[in-house]
Design a protein around this ligand. Structure first.
Ligand SMILES: NC(=O)c1ccc[n+]([C@@H]2O[C@H](COP(=O)([O-])OP(=O)(O)OC[C@H]3O[C@@H](n4cnc5c(N)ncnc54)[C@H](OP(=O)(O)O)[C@@H]3O)[C@@H](O)[C@H]2O)c1
Length: 345
């Protein structure tokens, strides 16, 4: 079966997915009967390009200079995101534009336009998923299309799929984890003797933290993820405003050292638990006992423990960001859509 892909946003993650599609084209065809064309790409910074017959992946990846997509030869140009979704022959929309955790926009409009137009949607963009998951899933159901968002939590490390597919039938009473790699890197460096400000600067130099690091160090990024796992994996009506939030800016090197002497390690823990008939959700620096698997997770790595009625505690550890790693989450989602659509026909 042949799928026609459109990219909305074409930065680090979009490039990561196109590299994987190029590298694995033959394998995907042989193993799964998955065939594809990338027909449209639109990006605020890089320009836009559309060819209903399919674009050359090397040319997409190889462009240079200002707005390289605008000079792609022999194709149409000038579509904005909504036109690339609505007015092209794409069948799968890959939304990898900017994350806005306050309003979800403009990505929320991209999501709705794709689903309303009857196109499958995959994304790594946390904002609209954290804010509008139920509405989006209902719209996808109504229109008979698939909406998948594995990469919004732990990038390509299969947290959502693990719970939804491999823990089917289990009841999950709590999910807790290290859902932000930047803060875990900073806390790790503080344990190695750095002051918070120096560790943050190093995280910025290495590309883990943004110049404006609040989304990470104040816990907002992890808040969005805890909302997504609470809703998606536990069926809880968690809103961003329900999550008690505290970042790591108040943790000193001395706190980290003292905790270690007592047999604990500071982690920015994101937790959602059933309690009574309701739930509690928080993101906060916590002392984690050194014999907890989460305590062993160091550097810019993510991990999640799912507390289940069937297996007890199950912990998954892996990358939570990166070009190839996050691009891979989209590939997994697209292959799952391919599997479901192929089974139906
Ligand atoms: N990188 C990771 O490891 C990672 C991991 C998990 C999730 N994510 C999420 O994945 C998404 C993509 O991340 P990324 O690292 O690829 O970001 P990126 O490199 O900044 O790329 C995003 C691109 O989308 C463009 N864009 C923004 N608004 C747009 C619009 N309305 N229409 C078309 N293009 C638009 C941006 O242009 P401008 O620069 O001009 O705004 C930028 O070129 C984000 O939502 C991010 O939070 C990333």
């Amino acid at each position: 079966m042949r799928h026609r892909l459109a990219f909305i946003g074409f930065g680090v993650v979009g490039h990561g997915l196109v590299e994987l599609l190029k590298e694995k084209r033959d394998t995907l065809s042989d193993r799964y009967g998955f065939e594809f064309d990338v027909v449209a790409v639109t990006d605020l910074l890089r320009g836009s390009v559309y060819d209903p017959g399919g674009l050359d992946l090397d040319l997409l990846l190889g462009g240079s200079g200002d707005r390289p997509l605008d000079s792609y030869p022999g194709a149409e140009h000038g579509q904005d995101a909504l036109a690339a979704i609505r007015d092209t022959n794409c069948t799968v929309v890959i939304e990898v534009s900017y994350t806005n955790i306050e309003t979800g926009q403009p990505a929320y409009d991209h999501f709705k336009t794709a689903l309303e137009a009857g196109k499958h949607l995959v994304t790594t963009n946390k904002g609209p998923v954290a804010l509008f998951l139920d509405d989006l899933e209902e719209l996808a159901r109504e229109r008979g299309v698939h909406f998948r968002y594995e990469g919004t939590v732990l990038s390509g490390t299969p947290c959502l799929n693990l719970a939804q597919l491999c823990l089917a039938g289990a009841d999950i009473s709590e999910i807790r984890g290290i859902m932000n790699g930047t803060t875990n890197f900073i806390l790790t460096q503080m344990e190695h003797g750095m002051e918070y400000a120096d560790a943050l600067r190093q995280a910025q130099e290495l590309g883990y933290a943004e110049a404006k690091p609040d989304a990470d160090v104040e816990g907002w990024d992890a808040v969005a993820k805890v909302v997504i796992v609470g809703r998606s994996l536990m069926g809880l009506p968690v809103h961003v405003s329900d999550v008690q939030r505290e970042g790591i800016t108040g943790v000193s090197r001395q706190d980290v050292e003292e905790a270690l002497q007592e047999g604990y390690r500071f982690k920015l823990l994101a937790t959602v638990s059933r309690s009574g008939g309701g739930f509690t959700a928080s993101v906060a620096p916590r002392k984690v006992s050194l014999d907890d698997p989460l305590a062993a997770v160091m550097g810019p790595v993510n991990a999640v423990t799912l507390v289940t009625d069937t297996l007890g505690e199950v912990t998954i550890v892996g990358p939570g960001a990166g070009k190839r790693e996050t691009g891979y989450s989209l590939l997994v989602d697209i292959l799952e859509i391919h599997r479901r659509v192929s089974c139906r026909t």
